[in-house]
Every structure is written in C-alpha cells, then in structure tokens.
Design a protein around this ligand. Structure first.
Ligand SMILES: O=C(O)CCC(=O)C(=O)O
Length: 238
C-alpha cells in the first residue's frame, strides 16, 4: 500500500513508496512472527488451541507530507472481518523500534471493546485519506484516550472492537510495526449483506475487480478464506 500523498508526489519507485505490506502469510521470514511462542502464549488465551492467522501487516508509517495523511482514523478492526465471535479474535501489534507520539503511536479508547460495532466510513479530511482507512464518526468524544508509548519488541494484544487509531508521523523516519490478527479456527463466517459492513465488502470487490480483473462479485468471506493460514492446532471452520 502507498500513502495517498506520496502516490501523487514526485517520489520515484523505491521502498519509500511503501507504507504497508499486507498479507505476508506466504513469506517464510515475516510469517515467523505469527508463530513465535512468545506471541502465541497470549493469543491462545483468546482463541483457544486452534489458531488461524487471518490478517498480517508490516506497517511502515511514512513521514507525514504535511497533509496529515499519515494518521490512521479511529476505527474498530471488526469492521473489516466477516467472522465471529469477536471474543475469539485478537490483534497482536509489535513495535519494531521506539514509538511515541512523535512518530505516530497507537491511540486507544479504553473500554470501548465492550460496545457494539459502529458504522464506519471515510473521514472527511482535507488533505485526503488512504485507501480503506475507514473511521468512526460517532465515538464518545469524552472517552479517555491512551497513547501507547512502546519500545522495540513491545507488543499489545487487543480486541477487534477496541476503538483505536494512530497519529501523524512528525519525524523523517518510517515508523515500523508488525502485526497479525489471529482468530480461533472454530469461528464462523457471517454474511455482511444488510449490515454496516456492506460498504467495506463493496470496496473489497472493487479492488479485486481492478487488481485481479475479477468481473463477478465475490463475498468478503471468500477473500478472508484465501488469506487465512493455520498457525497451530486444527483448521476446523475458517
Ligand atoms: O499501525 C498503525 O498505525 C495503526 C494500524 C491499524 O490500526 C490498523 O491497520 O488497523
């Protein structure tokens, strides 16, 4: 993925164009992260013994171009997932270097994982917004915010309903983190038609059509079924 302002700038093709590597589940070295016993020890408390890696990302937050597009709007990850129950899904997010408010740390709204999934859409940001960066408009503005200052190797585990995002990268370096969403293989897929997630399914379809030339609509669950990779135990459902 590329940052929206960098795509439109004069940058030549280089690693500086890459703001995120998604779906590294077939890359032997990067996928090793998802199999680390230090990570799985905690993941298993949420998922039980049958563990799937559902969504892998290496996030390379670029220096902000001045348009504030390096921010990630407040959102709930469950918006992107057509599988349930949410209590058997957990994100592990590991800092690959010192991360604080200066280079755009995670910000979380504690306790919000106990609320419902809220409708998401593109925020109306003047400087533009990155593709698929949907946000929540009607979150409780008085809710406490916690900025997660982390050292290299520190890892947070969080619920897919937790409202979170990240700030602008005000430094000249690329802020790096690696993450995986794990789910119990015993979870089940749901049909998102008629729900608030319909807009993201539509967008997944548009991208699949554009990138892979797929001319018929596919369900979001088919996409996730292809991305998912077993980490431990048995692939029962997902
Ligand atoms: O790493 C970040 O800046 C935020 C990532 C995130 O919240 C996401 O990709 O869902």
């Amino acid at each position: 993925m590329r940052d929206v302002t960098i795509v439109k700038s004069e940058y030549t093709q280089s690693e500086k164009m890459v703001s995120k590597v998604q779906d590294f589940q077939e890359d032997e070295e990067l996928f090793r992260y998802c199999t680390l016993p230090q990570i799985l020890k905690y993941v298993e408390c949420f998922t039980g013994p049958n563990i799937m890696a559902m969504h892998t990302m290496l996030i390379n937050k670029p220096p902000d171009s001045g348009k504030k597009t390096s921010r990630h709007p407040l959102h709930q990850d469950l918006h992107y997932f057509p599988f349930r129950p949410s209590n058997q899904i957990v994100c592990a997010w590991t800092a690959m270097e010192h991360i604080d408010r200066n280079n755009g740390c995670l910000v979380v709204l504690p306790g919000t994982h106990k609320g419902p999934l809220k409708p998401h859409d593109y925020p109306q940001w003047e400087g533009g917004v990155n593709i698929m960066f949907h946000g929540i408009r009607d979150y409780e503005k008085n809710n406490a915010r916690v900025h997660l200052v982390m050292e290299k190797g520190d890892t947070v585990f969080f619920h897919p309903l937790l409202i979170h995002g990240s700030g602008r990268n005000k430094t000249q370096g690329f802020r790096k983190a690696i993450s995986c969403h794990f789910a119990s293989a015993d979870c089940h897929y749901i049909d998102v038609k008629g729900t608030s997630q319909e807009n993201i399914e539509k967008e997944f379809n548009e991208i699949a059509n554009k990138v892979y030339g797929m001319d018929s609509d596919i369900d979001m669950k088919d996409i996730w079924n292809l991305r998912a990779r077993l980490v431990k135990g048995e692939r029962t459902n997902l």
